[in-house]
Design a protein around this ligand. Structure first.
Ligand code: NAI
Length: 333
């Protein structure tokens, strides 16, 4: 298949070379992010490859449909940046990569929790300023805590297993509880999880039902000093409500690898032009908040998987007309 791959990072180049050759694709690489403004570049290609920070809105989908493109394969798991209704309308088949190494994000959730538990951000800042004092750096041990997992699918279960060595009590909530998770956690209702957990780790997709799940109302149901780990999606949190709760002490900390309005900011260097988003800036400035640039997935293993599996999806569409990872409207937002 003739494929135009957008938003290709240098670390993906080797995998594109290897797997396009193995799967018999001709791939042209562009480094810029996909959007309505450069959709016309796809003229003459059968399929495009994009990433989770590309803007595949209705306008962009209409533009690529006009170029003759029939397939859109995102190299990410998340598809909330793709207008699936528009894709259905224009008869463009969409696929994602739901099953790349879950360990990457799961291990990152553990990393984030430990960094908050031990005030790592403040400690590093202090040492950089030659301040080696301990005041205010006292941490806590996970074994004394209750960890609540919202979403116990592939990444959630892998995170649960990774956290299991610390000896904490672990509980979980999922619309569809699974047997593997039950070996490690007790399933509870969402309100019970909010009431009991000291650490809440989000591992569910963003849907219409759970937009701003971490809202002022739900924060008020939580234990005083609870900490939130969000390696899932930014819009699961109402960021201003979280800031208010962090400032008045209701919440003890936040580690977030995602942000509701991250597109155009995360994965770009804004050190020269500065970002114009006071809410994100305030989160970054708070001492008990870790903001990371949506890179939980970013390991050698996962990146190679993402390129390989997305190109395999396109090969499957081309050769059989069917792909196990096809994404259809109403699945997710
Ligand atoms: P998965 O589909 O295997 O598991 C998701 C689980 O969430 C399922 O068990 C599902 O039943 C449950 N769920 C759905 N809606 C829910 C709700 N409203 N409340 C509670 N549970 C709900 O997905 P996987 O692979 O575990 O990924 C989870 C999420 O992690 C992705 O949707 C994505 O948002 C995020 N992610 C973040 C990355 C990063 O780099 N930070 C990279 C990859 C994924």
């Amino acid at each position: 298949m003739n494929i135009l791959a957008y938003c290709v990072r240098p670390d993906e180049m080797e995998s594109f070379k290897k797997f396009s050759s193995l799967l018999g694709h001709q791939v042209t690489i562009v480094h810029e992010s996909f959007s309505p403004h450069n959709a016309a570049l796809a003229k003459g290609y059968d399929g495009i490859s994009i990433l989770g920070n590309c803007n595949a809105n209705a306008e962009a989908i209409e533009e690529i449909a006009k170029t003759g493109v029939r397939y859109l394969a995102t190299r990410s798991a998340g598809i909330n940046n793709i207008d699936l209704d528009a894709a259905a309308k224009w008869n463009i088949k969409v696929s994602n990569v739901p099953a790349y190494s879950p360990n990457a994000v799961a291990e990152f959730a553990v990393t984030s929790a430990l960094c908050l538990a031990r005030n790592i951000k403040q400690a590093i800042h202090r040492v950089e300023e030659q301040n080696f004092s301990l005041a205010g750096l006292i941490g806590f041990e996970l074994r004394k805590k209750t960890i609540g997992f919202i979403g116990t699918g592939r990444i959630g279960v892998t995170a649960i297993k990774a956290f299991s060595g610390f000896g904490a009590k672990m509980i979980g909530y999922d619309l569809y509880p699974n047997e593997e998770a039950k070996k490690y956690i007790d399933y509870v209702t969402l309100d019970e999880l909010f009431a009991q957990a000291d650490i809440i780790s989000l591992h569910c997709p963003l849907t219409e039902e759970n937009h701003h799940l971490i809202s002022k109302e739900n924060i008020n149901k939580m234990k005083d000093g609870a900490i939130i780990i969000n390696t899932a999606r930014g819009a699961l949190m109402d960021a201003p409500a979280i800031i208010e709760a962090l400032k008045n002490g209701k919440l003890g900390g936040l580690a977030t690898d995602t942000y509701e309005f991250e597109v155009g900011i995360f994965h770009h260097d804004h050190s020269k032009d500065r970002i114009n988003d006071p809410v994100l800036q305030e989160l970054i400035n708070l001492p008990n908040v870790l903001v990371t640039p949506h890179y939980g997935f970013y390991t050698d293993e996962a990146v190679a998987n993402m390129v390989e599996f997305s190109l395999t999806n396109l090969r499957d569409f081309e050769t059989t007309g069917v792909c196990n990872n096809e994404c259809k409207a109403l699945q997710q937002v």
